[in-house]
Design a binder for this molecule. Structure first.
Ligand code: ARG
Length: 588
C-alpha cells in the first residue's frame, strides 16, 4: 500500500503537470500550520526560480487545477506561494479501510530483506547489571523488534563480557578463600564437582570485594591478572571454575532479562572467540596490517581526514594477552563466517564511540568485513537522577537494575491501589506490566544519543508522554469494545465511516501516518519515532473520546464506524508497544 503522503504528492504533482510545471514540485507534507490546513505543498516556491514566475501565480494556477478533483475538499493558494490543503473525508475513510485489511496496516519495506546481527545487552558476567546496561537492553530489544517487523532477518546476540580480568579476580579471590578446592590443585586429574562451589549471592559479593582489593593492592592485582592469563591459556581447573561462574551467572542474567521482556537468540560472549584470535592475528600480520610497536602488536587506523587523534588498535599486549577490541574483532570474524550478516549493529553508551570507530576501521582495513557490510554503533547517553548526575541509589552507590525495576513497580502498585479498589493481587500483576512500560517508554521516548533523567514520578504518571498513559488509552479502548460486544452487537465486518467531527478527522489523520512512521523508524533505527507517533495517536484518540458518546450513539451505522475506528486505533497501538517491548494489561 502506498504511503498517504506519496499518494497526495502524486495528485498534486498531476495538477502541477496540468498547469505546465514539473510534477516533482507536487511534494506534499503534513501542514506545519494545523490551524490553517492539514497538508501543504511548497512546490510553487521551489518552481518560481526555474520558471521565472512569481510563486503566488504558480500556486494559483495549480490550485485551479486541483479544484477539479475530489481528493481535497479545500485548496488555498496562500502568500507567498503555499498550497494549503484539506483532505476529503471520504478519501481518508477509504484509506483507513484499506489500512485495516492490508498486511502491517499498509507498511511495505523499501528494498530487500537484510540479515542483521544486533549486539546488545553486553552484561559483564559476575558483575551485577546496573542501570547503564538497561539502555542497551531496552533500545537493542526494540530495534530488534522493529527490524523484524520490517521483515529483516535479525539475530540478537548478548555478547557477554565473560573473559576478562573480572574472571581472574573471582578465581584468585576464591583461591584465597577456599584453597582446598580441587580446582587449585595442579596435580589433580580427576573429575571436578558438578555443583558450583558458590551461589549467585556469594559470587555477587566476591567480585566487588576482589575488585576493591585489586585497586588497593598491586600484588593482588598481579595475581588476579596471572589467574586471568592462566584461565585464558587453558589451565584445566581454572576453566572448570569459569564454567561454574558462567552457569551461575547466566541463570541469574536470564531471570533479569526475562523480567525486562528482553531475549537473545545467541548467548555468546568474548570467550567464544578466544580460539579465533591466533588465526586472526596471524592473518593481520600476513596482510601487513599488524606490526610491533613498543612490544605490543598494533594496527594503525588513523585516516588523513581525522580531526582528532585516533589511536591504533592494540591486538596483543606485550605479554601476549588479548584485549577487549581483540575479542570484538574476532567476534566480527566469527559473525561474518557463521552468520553472513549484511549489517552488525552495536549498542553501548557513548563513552565507547571512539572505541567502535577504531574497531570498525580495523575490521574494514583488514578485510574482516566486506566493503558493503554495514557496521553501525548506536551510542546512547547516560541515565541521570533528578540532580542531573548519573543515577545512584539513595546511599550513593551504583544503581542496580533489579532495585530500579523494583522501585518503579512499587510506585506503580501504589498508584494503581489509589485509583481502583482492585484486589491487591491483581494490582500487583498490573503494576508489573505497567511498570515495565514506564521504564521502557521513559527510555525509548528520548533520542538514544541524549542523556535522560530517570524520574520515577513522571515515568509512572498516567498523564503526559509516558508508558502508563499509552497503556491507559489502550485499556480505555478495550473497555469500550468489550461493552459494545456485551450489548449484543457484532463488531465483525464493521467499516469506518466518514469523519463527522474535527476530532474524529484528526484521529483518522493521525492513524494514516503509521506506514511512514515505521519506514522512518526502520531507516533510522529509532524507537523514539514509534513513541512520538503513539503519543500523538493517543492524544488524538482521547480528544475524540472526550467529545464523542460512542456507546450511547443511536445511529447504528455511525456507531459501527466508530467501533471500526477504535479497533484500528487499538490494533496499531498494540503493534507499536510490542515493537517497544511491552504490552498492555486487560484492566488498570
Ligand atoms: N561488556 C561491555 C560493557 O559492559 C559491553 C559490550 C558491548 N558489545 C561489544 N561487542 N563490545 O561495556
Amino acid at each position: 500500500m502506498k504511503q498517504l503522503l506519496d499518494l497526495l504528492s502524486e495528485e498534486v504533482g498531476k495538477a502541477f503537470e496540468a498547469a505546465g510545471y514539473a510534477p516533482a514540485l507536487g511534494r506534499v507534507t503534513i501542514s506545519n500550520r494545523p490551524d490553517l490546513c492539514e497538508f501543504q505543498c511548497n512546490g510553487a516556491m521551489a518552481g518560481a526560480k526555474q520558471y521565472h514566475k512569481a510563486p503566488m501565480i504558480i500556486a494559483g494556477e495549480v490550485a485551479e487545477k486541483l479544484k477539479e478533483q475530489s481528493v481535497f475538499t479545500k485548496v488555498d493558494a496562500a502568500a507567498p506561494g503555499f498550497l494549503n490543503l484539506k483532505l476529503s473525508e471520504s478519501y481518508v475513510k477509504e484509506y483507513l479501510n484499506e489500512m485495516r485489511t492490508a498486511p502491517k496496516f499498509g507498511y511495505e519495506r523499501a528494498g530487500g530483506a537484510k540479515k542483521i546481527v544486533i549486539d546488545y545487552g553486553g552484561p559483564n558476567v559476575a558483575k551485577p547489571l546496573h542501570v547503564g546496561h538497561l539502555r542497551s537492553a531496552i533500545i537493542g530489544e526494540s530495534i530488534k523488534r522493529i527490524c523484524r517487523y520490517a521483515g529483516h532477518e535479525v539475530i540478537g546476540d548478548i555478547h557477554m563480557g565473560d573473559w576478562g580480568l573480572q574472571m581472574g579476580l573471582i578465581i584468585y579471590e576464591l583461591s584465597l578463600r577456599k584453597p582446598e578446592l580441587p580446582y587449585f590443585d595442579e596435580q589433580y586429574a580427576g573429575d571436578y564437582p558438578a555443583e558450583a562451589p558458590f551461589t549467585i549471592s556469594e559470587l555477587e559479593e566476591i567480585y566487588p570485594t576482589a575488585s576493591k582489593k585489586s585497586k588497593e593492592d598491586a600484588d593482588y592485582k598481579d595475581k588476579a591478572m596471572e589467574a586471568t592469563h592462566k584461565l585464558q591459556s587453558g589451565v584445566r581447573g581454572y576453566r572448570a571454575l569459569w564454567k561454574h561462574i558462567m552457569e551461575v551467572s547466566v541463570a541469574d542474567l536470564k531471570k533479569n532479562y526475562d523480567d525486562l521482556d528482553v531475549s537473545f537468540d545467541l548467548w555468546k560472549g568474548e570467550s567464544d572467540v578466544h580460539e579465533l584470535i591466533p588465526v586472526m592475528v596471524e592473518e593481520m600480520k600476513k596482510g601487513g596490517y599488524a606490526y610491533m610497536s613498543d612490544g605490543a602488536l598494533v594496527v594503525d587506523v588513523k585516516e588523513e581526514s581525522d580531526t582528532k587523534e585516533v589511536p591504533p588498535c592494540i591486538l596483543l599486549k606485550s605479554d601476549g594477552s588479548a584485549l577487549y577490541n581483540t575479542t570484538d574483532l574476532a567476534t566480527i570474524k566469527d559473525r561474518m563466517e557463521n552468520y553472513h550478516p549484511d549489517m552488525i549493529i552495536y549498542l553501548t553508551d557513548k563513552r565507547q564511540d571512539l572505541y567502535f570507530e577504531q574497531v570498525f576501521r580495523c575490521a574494514r582495513k583488514t578485510g574482516l568485513v566486506k566493503p558493503e557490510t554495514g557496521l553501525v554503533h548506536i551510542s546512547f547517553g547516560t541515565v541521570n537522577g533528578k540532580d542531573g548526575k548519573p543515577f545512584k541509589t539513595r546511599a550513593g552507590g551504583v544503581m542496580r537494575l533489579e532495585y530500579l525495576i523494583r522501585e518503579i513497580k512499587e510506585e506503580m502498585f501504589k498508584k494503581i491501589m489509589e485509583g481502583h479498589a482492585e484486589s491487591e493481587e491483581e494490582a500487583r500483576a498490573t503494576a508489573d506490566i505497567v511498570g515495565l512500560s514506564a521504564i521502557k517508554y521513559g527510555d525509548l521516548s528520548n533520542q538514544a544519543a541524549k542523556d535522560y533523567i530517570f524520574d520515577v514520578d513522571r515515568f509512572t504518571s498516567f498523564e503526559g508522554d509516558t508508558g502508563p498513559y499509552i497503556l491507559y488509552t489502550i485499556v480505555r479502548i478495550k473497555s469500550i469494545l468489550t461493552k459494545y460486544a456485551e450489548s449484543g452487537k457484532q463488531p465483525d465486518g464493521v467499516k469506518l465511516g466518514e469523519a463527522k467531527s474535527a476530532s474524529e478527522k484528526a484521529l483518522m489523520l493521525a492513524i494514516t501516518g503509521f506506514p511512514a512512521m515505521i519506514a522512518g523508524a526502520v531507516e533510522e533505527l529509532a524507537p523514539h519515532r514509534v513513541c512520538a507517533y503513539i503519543y500523538d495517536l493517543s492524544n488524538a484518540f482521547n480528544r475524540f473520546y472526550h467529545e464523542t458518546k460512542i456507546l450511547t450513539e443511536a445511529d447504528a451505522d455511525t456507531q459501527a464506524g466508530w467501533i471500526a475506528l477504535l479497533m484500528l486505533t487499538k490494533d496499531i497501538l498494540e503493534v507499536c508497544i510490542e515493537l517497544l517491548g511491552f504490552s498492555a494489561p486487560e484492566r488498570m
